[in-house]
Design a protein around this ligand. Structure first.
Ligand code: PHE
Length: 450
């Protein structure tokens, strides 16, 4: 195809759009609840190791393939390797992106409902017990959360028809910095709460005996999920990078910003959890029970709650846009579908599984496999299994299969820049990332102990 591809126009645009994909409900909703379920600081400790030793090198691997070919996942693998089995990376990405889009939209739908509640002023008054009862009623009702899920997917559908640079870049350029600032303000508010020290101890003072295989598998999955890693989202974004973008530096900035937002979100949530007498092990409902209590006690709660849920909604949609692009591009390229039709198909699949996930908090809660509901299965299998498998494949592909000169050329921008961490990154990509992911899998399956 001779169609000219648009490149991100500014350096900030590159970072902002990629951070837009990475920062989302994964940081603000999933990180606190996973940390809560898995014992707090011990989980955070393993999480940080995963981000730096596995996350950054795998981001670089995706960037190398994407920027090096200026193609989306399927096209990139076709160009770099004639052996068709490497395209399995793309298929894993498509499967994972559809699974994530489905359950993610349920939580994004909750965000919309909360935005609605915030606008009506219901969020700025009330107490923790009330909020939690009301929320339970809401998410177990057979139609309420279903409707919000579908509404969110329809909005996502409309945005997707506007194209890469205009839609994504503009929205995320303006809103992400505002989100950072208000999260920092909220964290100061939480630090002033009566039991903030208990919350901080839970988050930052690790009890290493709590590190079990389940915790490690969960932390690795959270790192992949939060960085949008292993499903070719970053590959696709980097295919729009210009040749001047420094890949290792960008990867590190993205990982650091993303982790920063997650930790700030922990600093907001845990002091509040302890101060309001809630429990950290609440699971997916945790932050939706805690945020309303925070707002009802905060001066100016009405404005803060509206602003926060608007921003959270945008943070979510920049993430869902990025994951939707994966399957849309696939349908367009592989089945020669029109973009419109591919967007409809992606949305349709997500609506079916999204509705099933929404209902799994209520009427379908009895349908479980290994104690996991439909929502839990989509969430667990995509983040903890598919994305890390994608990570193994990417690191092996770039570390061992692709031509070494190609890798070097990409990392050093064709020899024009000096990358001091070059050898370290290569070592992490070739050995550390794939081997640790495999070891973590084996320990999760109880095949090895550490
Ligand atoms: N990283 C996004 C978040 O934290 C979620 C996501 C996962 C986006 C996978 C794209 C792909 O919310």
């Amino acid at each position: 195809m001779s169609e000219k591809r648009a490149l991100f126009t500014t350096k900030i645009g590159v970072i902002a759009a990629t951070v837009g994909s990475a920062v989302g409900l994964g940081n603000i909703w999933r990180f606190p609840y996973e940390t809560g379920v898995h014992g707090g600081a011990a989980f955070l400790f393993v999480y940080l190791i995963c981000v730096f030793l596995i996350g950054i090198p795998v981001i670089c691997a995706e960037f190398i393939v994407g920027r090096g070919t200026h193609k989306n996942a399927l096209g990139a693998f076709k160009q770099l390797q004639t052996k068709p089995y490497w395209q399995v990376c793309s298929y894993i990405g498509i499967l994972a992106s559809l699974m994530i889009l489905s359950f993610y939209s349920v939580i994004a739908g909750w965000t919309l409902e909360y935005l609605f509640q915030a606008l009506t002023g219901a969020m700025a008054s009330g107490n923790t017990g009330d909020f939690s009862n009301k929320f339970n009623e809401f998410c177990t009702s057979p139609w309420q959360s279903t409707l919000w899920t579908v509404l969110f997917l329809l909005i996502n559908y409309l945005v997707l028809r506007r194209g890469v640079e205009k839609g994504i870049e503009r929205i995320s350029n303006i809103l992400m910095p505002i989100l950072f600032v208000i999260l920092i303000l909220f964290s100061v508010n939480s630090l002033l709460m009566p039991k903030s020290s208990e919350g901080l101890a839970f988050l930052f003072s690790p009890d290493f005996s709590k590190i079990t295989p389940t915790v490690v598998v969960g932390a690795m999955g959270q790192a992949f999920f939060s960085l949008s890693l292993g499903l070719s989202v970053l590959l696709t974004y980097s295919s729009y990078f210009s040749n001047q973008v420094r890949l290792v530096r960008s990867a590190s900035i993205i990982a650091i910003l993303d982790t920063f937002v997650a930790i700030i979100s922990g600093i907001i949530i845990f002091p509040a959890v302890f101060s309001y007498g809630a429990t950290p092990e609440e699971g997916p409902k945790l932050v939706f029970e805690i945020f309303p209590s925070i707002f009802s006690e905060m001066p100016g709660g009405y404005i803060w709650s509206v602003l926060f849920f608007v921003l959270l909604f945008f943070a979510s949609i920049t993430s869902t846009i990025s994951m939707s692009e994966i399957s849309i591009a696939f349908f367009v390229e592989e089945y020669k579908m029109k973009r419109k039709k591919a967007t409809k198909l992606t949305t349709g699949v997500a609506i079916v599984f999204g509705v099933l996930s929404a209902l799994s908090f209520g009427v379908l809660s009895g349908y479980t496999i290994l104690d996991m509901t439909i929502f839990d299965i989509l969430n667990y299998v995509s983040s903890n299994i598919l994305l890390p498998i994608g990570g193994i494949l990417f690191s092996i592909f770039v570390g061992w299969v692709v031509d070494k000169d190609f890798v070097k050329k990409e990392l050093t921008n064709n020899g024009t820049i000096k990358v001091y961490t070059y050898r370290i990154i290569i070592f992490l990509i070739r050995y550390v990332a794939p081997i640790s992911i495999v070891l973590i899998f084996l320990s999760g399956l109880n095949l090895i102990r550490f």
